[in-house]
Design a protein around this ligand. Structure first.
Ligand code: ADP
Ligand code: AMP
Length: 214
């Protein structure tokens, strides 16, 4: 099964992708995570990505298409994957169609998570994750069971993304509205699109997604 989780930054794509990964055995392909790995490696592309991400802008389409094309050829994607953060522009959506057709793969549901803009800002500015295993948390909405200890791996170290500040969030939301929102009707016209209320609690969103893909 190939799914796309679509929606603005902070709508819950990563949170839900990780849950689907566990329950369905699908691999989460987060282009944001891939770019952050490139930044950490210090590669030339990583240095470019750091500037673009900190400005809240989008990386060039050719680079992102190349990254995804190579990634979906990896053996762990053979049983299906969830795209989280890709496609983000119409050229990326068109390139994905071609990539999948060339590989005789069929796109399943495109799940749009709808969340109010002010809620997005609150979600993003309160987001943090385990520095060791990457499990996601939120200051208010998703706290570890034991204060300061990761539920998943027991680590006591956490980190926040440098682009998760209010100013960059506004730029990222503007980029979403200007460049990404137009792919919602693109998938609507193709018949893959399903809209889900992303304002619900995390568990209720998961239940809604499970209902759509089962
Ligand atoms: P995205 O991957 O779309 O940018 P995340 O999944 O990282 O978004 O979610 C952003 C933040 O909001 C995280 O800190 C997460 O814990 C929290 N969050 C995710 N879904 C919900 C929800 N349904 N209700 C409240 N908070 C949520
Ligand atoms: P995310 O982790 O999905 O919030 O992405 C973080 C940042 O990575 C974005 O603000 C963009 O700068 C960049 N990025 C991630 N995915 C893409 C993509 N598909 N196209 C262009 N830029 C991307």
């Amino acid at each position: 099964m190939i799914l796309i989780l679509l929606g603005p930054p902070g709508c819950g794509k990563g949170t839900q992708a990780k849950r689907l990964e566990e329950s369905r055995g699908l691999v989460q392909l987060s282009t944001g995570d891939m770019l952050r790995a490139a930044v950490a490696s210090g590669s030339e592309m990583g240095q470019q990505a750091k500037k673009v991400m900190d400005a809240g802008e989008l990386m060039p389409d050719e680079i992102m298409i190349e990254i995804i094309s190579e990634r979906i050829d990896q053996p762990d994607c053979a049983d299906g994957f969830i795209l989280d953060g890709f496609p983000r522009t119409t050229p990326q959506a068109e390139a994905l169609d071609k990539l999948l057709a060339d590989k005789s793969l069929e796109l399943g549901k495109v799940i749009e998570l709808k969340v109010d803009e002010e809620a997005l800002v609150e979600r993003i500015t309160g987001r943090y994750s385990c520095a060791k295993c990457g499990a996601g948390y939120h200051d208010k909405f998703q706290q570890p069971k034991q204060d300061g200890v990761c539920d998943v791996c027991g680590s006591t170290e956490f980190s926040r993304r440098s682009d998760d500040n209010e100013e960059t969030v506004r730029s990222r939301l503007a980029a979403y509205n200007a460049q990404t929102a137009e792919i919602v009707p693109y998938y609507g016209a193709k018949g893959n699109l399903v809209e889900i209320d992303g304002m619900l609690d995390i568990e209720d969103v998961t239940v809604a997604i499970q209902g759509v893909i089962s």
